[in-house]
Every structure is written in structure tokens, then in C-alpha cells.
Design a protein around this ligand. Structure first.
Ligand SMILES: *Cc1c(COP(=O)(O)O)cnc(C)c1O
Length: 256
């Protein structure tokens, strides 16, 4: 038997935990997409995880997106041409970090969807880009379900109105809600935030927002994805459990 790499091992563990959490919640593991967050990943780790069949990749920082996407896409196309087995059927890049309006033109050509839409003005900017490029751009409304002042995301009380406005835009496809739980070891607190997000999601569905495509909950990270799955997450965004802990420059950047 060939030796399994540390990344392959961690990927297998994460997949097992996703499957176990799904089973516990009476859900199918196949309904949950693992999105690999490449924030802390070295370029060779990104290539390796693609080779292991993971096709959904996410980045939160605009500055590194161009190079990361170009390198990953080049690797993927080359391996695909070479007939490498085990590749994902396609690569999809998810923008998960805060997006400033003046970065829309630079970021949107590189990514397939945006998880961090949280204002009307940003929605209008993406809508205009979609119009110019004749694209319908899949987006998630980011909800500040924990109502921490420091967090991005639309306030719970403003979510319905903003979702209606997004839904009326012809170049945006609203796929669902995204949320980030507070950084805490208290899993009950994380679970509460995910439950709250699911409630808002159901309320929006009740209002016929988004139509049949509105069916995703992007929630759960390395520390709390099992709680998120228990509350209905369909996409879990996992970085450090796959690629290892944060480097110091990334920590600095986050506290800026
Ligand atoms: C960094 C990040 C993640 C992944 O976090 P981990 O704890 O490393 O799994 C998920 N979502 C967003 C928005 C992030 O910025």
C-alpha cells in the first residue's frame, strides 16, 4: 500500500466527520459540499487537494486570489489533459471574505460565486458586472446572526428586505445564506447562531425568495462544522482542519 500523505489523511478524517454528523442529523452526506478554504494552504497543498478530488476551493483575501486561482487552474487543466485519475469534474472558486465594491471587477472574473454579499450597494455593483459580462452570478447573503458589532453581514432584522432586493436583480442568483459563528469553544453558542440562520433561511423561503435555487446554508468551519451540519448546513468552509493552523501574517491581517 502506498503511504497516505498527511493532507490525504486529514481530508479523509474531515469527510468521515461530515458523514457522521450528517448521519446523526438524519441527513445525507452527499447533500453537504466540502469547500476547502485555501487561506492557510501552500501552493503545493492546493494542488494536492485538487488531485485528491476536491473541486470547491475558497479564498477570503482579494490580494492573493489572482495568483492562487491562476496556479490552481493551470495545474488542473494540465492534469486533466494528461488524463490523471481522481480529479474533480470541475474547479469552482468561492469568494468568502469581505468584498469591497471597488474590488468587484477584479474578483468576479476569478470566482464562481460570492458568499459574502451583505449590502445593497455591493449587490448593485455585482449586478452591474453581471450585466456587462452577461453572467448570472450565484451569491449568498451573509447574515450577521450573532449580531456581534465587529462582524460583517446584514443584520437579522434587515435580511428579508435586502434578500428581496437581491432577488429582484436579474444578474444575481440568490443561493442561500452564509454565516460565521463567533470564535468560541462554546459549541452551544455556535449552534444557536446556526439555528438562528436556519430560521431566517426558512422565513425567506416562506416568502418565496430565490425560488428553487435558494436552498443553501453556507455555515460551519473547522471548529464548528458538526454543529452547522446539525442545523442544516449544505456547504461547510474548512481551512485549518485540512491545511493546518494559521501563519502569523494571516493572524495579523485578520486583526487589522
Ligand atoms: C478562514 C475562513 C474559513 C475557514 O476557517 P477554518 O477555521 O480555518 O476552517 C471559513 N470561512 C471564512 C469566511 C473564513 O474567513
Amino acid at each position: 500500500m502506498s503511504r497516505v500523505s498527511p493532507l490525504a489523511e486529514r481530508l479523509a478524517q474531515v469527510k468521515d466527520r461530515i458523514a457522521a454528523a450528517a448521519l446523526k442529523a438524519g441527513r445525507k452526506a452527499g447533500d453537504i459540499t466540502l469547500v476547502a478554504v485555501t487561506k492557510t494552504a501552500a501552493p503545493e497543498q492546493v494542488r494536492e487537494i485538487i488531485g485528491l478530488g476536491v473541486g470547491d476551493l475558497a479564498e477570503s483575501r482579494v490580494q492573493v486570489l489572482t495568483q492562487k486561482v491562476a496556479q490552481a487552474n493551470e495545474f488542473y487543466e494540465r492534469k486533466l489533459k494528461g488524463g490523471e485519475p481522481g480529479l474533480p469534474p470541475r474547479l469552482r472558486w468561492h469568494m468568502i471574505g469581505h468584498l469591497q465594491r471597488n474590488k468587484v471587477k477584479a474578483v468576479l472574473p476569478l470566482v464562481d460565486c460570492v458568499h459574502s454579499l451583505d449590502s445593497l450597494r455591493l449587490a448593485e455593483e455585482i449586478e452591474a458586472f453581471g450585466g456587462k459580462t452577461d453572467r448570472k452570478i450565484p451569491v449568498f447573503l451573509q447574515l450577521n446572526a450573532s449580531e456581534e458589532k465587529s462582524k460583517f453581514g446584514v443584520a437579522v432584522g434587515a435580511a428579508l428586505h435586502l434578500a428581496e432586493q437581491i432577488d429582484s436583480m436579474s444578474h444575481l442568483a440568490l443561493l442561500g445564506l452564509m454565516t460565521i459563528a463567533p470564535l468560541t469553544s462554546d459549541m452551544a453558542e455556535a449552534r444557536f447562531v446556526f439555528a438562528r440562520t436556519r430560521e431566517i433561511f426558512e422565513e425567506l423561503q416562506w416568502h418565496h425568495i430565490g425560488g428553487p435555487g435558494f436552498r443553501h446554508l453556507s455555515m460551519g468551519m473547522s471548529n464548528d462544522f458538526e454543529e452547522a451540519i446539525a442545523e442544516g448546513a449544505t456547504m461547510v468552509r474548512i481551512g485549518s482542519a485540512l491545511f493546518g493552523a494559521k501563519s502569523s501574517d494571516q493572524l495579523e491581517e485578520e486583526t487589522e
